[in-house]
Design a protein around this ligand. Structure first.
Ligand code: TRP
Length: 486
């Protein structure tokens, strides 16, 4: 971008970041960091288990559609807003709203993101703790030669102990906050440059194992052969919610990463590469896990324990399984680590600015808050596993399951992935597509003839899809259809 094309009120902020405003050292590093944020438990732990819960192919197809038509355009919008604002999400939104002459209440979008990040990290850290707990178990050869039932009971024993879960949650959160306290750039660049590619190689090795199970075809057909009779309105909502979750969209994480992005980087290319790699990892994970599920007559809908019940079984049977298994869980923890950093980064940058405190202080305080919140998730799997809420609306047009026997963990996950992230994404799309001056977005994106396409996607396609899916899940669509007799 040339100087004259810099229409910011404070051109200095755009040309030369202030001393404490770091920038990524290159476009590649940004892509790696954004991929590090995107690829995490969402791909390897969550994608397979929700695919199993919602019946396979149809869910996967809707998820892929959402990535392409909502995810990529909104990711471009979010990075663009971040780079233009160059602040924490709250300040960025206020500043941009002012620049285009809109209400400062757009800062609320940043706020919702800060809260969503907190809530997600609180359970994310507990699940990452499970992955950590599997490292020593793998290394000790606990799973060698075990059958499905025995592998299952290792998992049940782990999650039934609140002390153990709290210990690992504490350790994981400590690891996350100590990186965040030092500033994301230094720690992150190395982790993403070497460890992410290693995780990828390991997944490819596991694919070969999956091909050997004799059930690879069945696994593929489960994933890629859509059976729309199996998909519920709740499944559609979850597929869309997961598209936001897995790309780290809708809460300002990618906005903050975008705020460190040098001006001359192509946002479109970066977004497409991140979305591509993220999707590839999720599909690989699915292609590994479902053949193992079918080969061992396991339940695809086993829930959040799915990968912990399937992968150790595979490692327990394969050559060098102890080595590969240990390495796998170590890399999974790293993948979770690079994601969790981005979950809390918006809150940290916001707290530093708002309370004028140091990064360290902001990190310690937020870490403690997240730790306490995490206890809800810890107890969801043991002491409080029977404390659940359900919200099912039955009407003469059908039954609408909003939540069924949801533990605190299920509730947090539903609230964040299915409501807060799509809502945040919707607001980002509306802001970037309708309210931001076209000359600004055109200048930031510099995608030439693609601009009108992006514009249609963020103005119409993404918002309309999000709204329809919301209304659908609330039963409104069925209601209208029955009235109109269609
Ligand atoms: N995308 C990450 C994963 O799939 C999780 C994550 C990191 C995230 N940062 C986020 C989700 C911001 C939503 C918003 O594991």
């Amino acid at each position: 971008m040339s100087d004259s094309a810099s229409p910011l009120n404070e051109p200095a902020a755009n040309k030369k970041p202030s001393a404490n405003r770091e920038q990524w050292s290159s476009r590649l590093v940004f892509i790696l960091a954004a991929t590090g944020s995107a690829v995490g438990l969402g791909n390897i732990w969550k994608f397979p288990y929700i695919t199993g819960e919602f019946g396979g192919g149809a869910f996967v197809l809707i998820y892929l559609l959402c990535i392409a038509s909502i995810g990529i355009p909104i990711m471009m919008a979010e990075i663009m807003l971040g780079r233009r604002g160059r602040h924490d999400p709250v300040t960025t939104m206020k500043k941009l709203a002012k620049e285009s002459g809109h209400s400062r209440s757009w800062g609320l979008l940043g706020w919702m993101g800060v809260i969503a990040g907190f809530l997600i990290l609180s359970y994310y850290s507990v699940i990452a703790g499970w992955a950590m707990a599997y490292v020593p178990r793998m290394a000790a050869g606990t799973f060698v030669g075990l059958d499905a039932e025995a592998v299952n009971s290792v998992f049940s024993t782990l999650v039934s102990s609140p002390e153990t879960l709290i210990a690992w949650h504490t350790l994981f959160l400590f690891m996350t906050m100590s990186i965040v306290a030092r500033g994301v750039r230094g720690g992150l660049e190395k982790a993403v440059t070497y460890l992410m590619p290693m995780l990828f190689v390991l997944l490819v090795i596991l694919i070969f194992y999956a091909m050997d199970t004799g059930h690879f075809g069945q696994g593929l057909s489960y994933l890629f052969n859509p059976d729309f009779s199996k998909i519920s309105t709740e499944g559609v909502l979850s597929a869309m919610g997961h598209a936001f979750f897995t790309l780290s969209l809708g809460m300002g994480a990618i906005m903050v990463y975008g705020s460190y992005l040098p001006d001359n980087t192509s946002i479109a290319k970066a977004s497409i590469s991140v979305a591509f790699m993220d999707t590839l990892v999720a599909l690989l994970a699915g292609m590994i896990i479902f053949p193992i599920v079918f080969a061992n007559s396991l339940e695809p809908g086993a829930g959040p324990g799915l990968i912990f019940k399937t992968l150790p079984l595979a490692f327990g049977q394969m050559n060098y399984g102890t080595f590969f298994g240990t390495l796998f869980f170590i890399l999974l923890v790293f993948a979770a680590w690079t994601s969790s950093i981005s979950l809390i980064e918006p809150a940290i940058t916001w707290a530093m600015k708002t309370f004028q405190i140091s990064r360290v202080k902001a990190s310690v305080t937020s870490g403690m808050l997240v730790w306490f919140m995490g206890l809800f998730t810890v107890f969801s799997f043991n002491l409080a596993s029977d404390v659940t809420i359900s919200s099912v609306i039955s009407t003469k047009y059908g039954e609408f399951v909003i939540l069924k026997d949801a533990t605190a963990f299920d509730f947090l996950d539903y609230l964040t992935s299915n409501i807060m992230l799509p809502l945040g994404g919707l607001m980002i799309a509306v802001y970037a597509g309708w309210l931001m001056k076209k000359e600004y977005s055109r200048d930031e994106l510099s995608i030439g003839l693609w601009f009108p396409i992006w514009s249609v996607l963020v103005r119409y396609v993404a918002p309309v899809m999000v709204i329809i899916v919301f209304l659908n899940a609330m039963g409104v669509v069925a209601f209208v259809r029955s009235i109109m007799g269609v």
